[in-house]
Design a protein around this ligand. Structure first.
Ligand code: GDP
Ligand code: IMO
Ligand code: MG
Length: 448
């Protein structure tokens, strides 16, 4: 029995779904704990590629209970479309469970996400325009509609009677957009409620029962640590808590029930949307990392936007190890580095004005914006790693690269992914039961 959190350690799209899929083989329950259909999670099985937005990747294993937690925001239309899609692919929805307490993305949330982004001009966040921010904002303002409200037309009507006139004032007066019709929304969303009612339950109770029965539970993070509302590069973040602590809050499980936290990171870095990205490469190297034309090209799974690409950043990596309390790492997309003679890794930042060196992320976000990366050059291995299935089959220089990252981040690397398919994986140590990070005590090294 083990309850394990899989968390993105960079800016999202680290390959969390591929690692979740690897671990879900032995899981009884797979849980999405935050975010919504802003996520795009890809799993490749032979010639089939599955892209999940709301449904946990564990759905690929028949019989696995797949939970959408209270901490998620759910666009019911998108969920119904995704369920129809998985059924059309021959997958089974009998394990799907959706929390009655998850918040619903309404049409005005979608309109406001778009309008707010546009009004920000140059300062836009680059959201996925899935209504995520406005849905979480209403949740915090206690004006949200929860999935359970869609199951009772009278409750939904009462909420809309209060909400919609207020939303329409914002839509019309602030953004010059057409007002929404309460009756049309009531009918449409009550119908979504009827369609989803068979999945709607108290998911926290299901998870607790699974804990009592000593089942294996896997928590599948969406987005990544640097996109975390509290711990990411605010305001260029999403509106939920992707980091490991968010799993307990979002799913409704106590921290004492978690056995392990596994971080997922690419062997380099990507970011989609706006915001600081110190190791970004905009020229030829960025293009080489992007792998345009391949099935695993760095193009957003949800929005189709090209991802910004750059070298691995150990400062951010150390931060992710700390904020999530990572026990070990899974490094993905090592194969993408097969092509390089030289590989750069950012080991620290330098303030170009004062000359101050930062080994850790500065606590003031604005200070971070103008810091420059200090790189270490590592030799590339210039041979394919795609067919390697054990660490000893990897080129020596590839192993040296992984050892370098592990040393810099002070965390063991348990899994290495060398291709998108389930089998393109090297398990160095059992990520769930193998060695975990030992926290070194002593004088704090965290810089201010
Ligand atoms: P997630 O959001 O963290 O689950 O990641 P995405 O699915 O958005 O993006 C990861 C992309 O990389 C997908 O296209 C995966 O199929 C692909 N991928 C995952 N691991 C590997 C790997 O080791 N090598 C290669 N070439 N592609 C990979
Ligand atoms: P997965 O789960 C990468 C980014 C957006 C934007 C910011 C805020 O596939 O890793 P939002 O729509 O959430 O308000 O956008 O967060 N973003 C992601 N980037 N992967 C994701 O999900 C993301 N979900 C949101 O691009 O910068
Ligand atoms: Mg993704």
């Amino acid at each position: 029995m083990a309850n394990v959190i899989v968390v993105g350690s960079q800016f999202g799209d680290e390959g969390k779904a591929k690692i979740t899929d690897l671990l879900a083989k032995n899981a009884d329950v797979v849980v999405r704990y935050q975010g919504g259909c802003n996520a795009g999670h890809t799993v490749t099985l032979g010639d089939k590629t599955y892209k999940f937005h709301l449904i946990p990747s564990g759905i690929l294993y028949p019989g696995t209970i797949c939970v959408l937690s209270p901490g998620m925001v759910i666009d019911p239309k998108a969920l119904i479309t995704e369920i129809e899609h998985i059924l059309s692919q021959g997958l089974d929805d009998s394990g799907l469970r959706v929390s009655a307490h998850a918040h619903v993305t309404m049409p005005y949330h979608l309109m406001l996400d778009e309008a707010e982004e546009e009004s920000r001009g140059e300062a836009k966040i680059g959201t996925t325009k899935r209504g995520i921010g406005p849905t979480y904002a209403d949740k915090c303002a206690r004006s949200g509609i929860r999935l359970e409200d869609l199951l009772d037309a009278k409750v939904l009507q009462a909420k809309l009677d209060w909400l919609l006139p207020r939303k329409n004032i914002i839509l019309e007066r602030l953004y010059n957009l057409p007002p929404l019709n309460a009756q049309a929304i009531l009918e449409e969303y009550a119908a979504y409620g009827r369609a989803l009612s068979k999945y709607v339950v108290d998911t926290a109770a299901i998870i607790f029962k699974a804990v009592q029965e000593k089942k294996n539970i896997l928590f599948e993070g969406a987005q990544g640590t640097l996109l975390d509302l509290d711990h990411g590069t605010y305001p260029y973040v999403t509106s939920s808590s992707p980091s490991a602590g968010g799993a307990c809050v979002g799913a409704g499980v106590g921290p004492t029930m978690i056995d392990r936290v596994i971080g997922v990171a690419k062997a380099y870095s990507t970011r989609v949307g706006e915001g600081p990205f110190p190791t970004e490469q905009t020229g030829e190297i960025g293009e080489q990392l992007r792998q345009t034309g391949t099935a695993w090209a760095e193009v957003g799974t949800t929005t189709g936007r090209p991802r910004r690409c750059g070298w691995f950043d150990c400062v951010l990596g150390r931060y992710a190890v700390r904020v999530n309390g990572l026990d070990c790492l899974a490094i993905t997309k090592l194969d993408v580095l097969d092509q390089f003679d030289q590989i750069k890794v950012c080991v620290a930042y330098k303030d170009p004005v004062t000359g101050q060196i930062y080994n850790e992320l500065p606590s003031i976000g604005s200070a971070f914006q103008h810091l420059e990366p200090i790189y270490e050059d590592l030799p590339g291995w210039r041979q394919s790693t795609r067919k390697c299935r054990q660490a000893k089959e990897l080129p020596n220089l590839a192993n040296s690269y992984l050892e370098f990252l592990s040393r810099e981040l002070d965390v063991p690397i348990a899994v290495v992914s060398v291709g998108p398919e389930r089998g393109d994986t090297i398990v160095i140590e059992d990520p769930i039961h193998g060695p975990k990070r030992v926290l070194v005590t002593g004088p704090a090294k965290v810089s201010q």
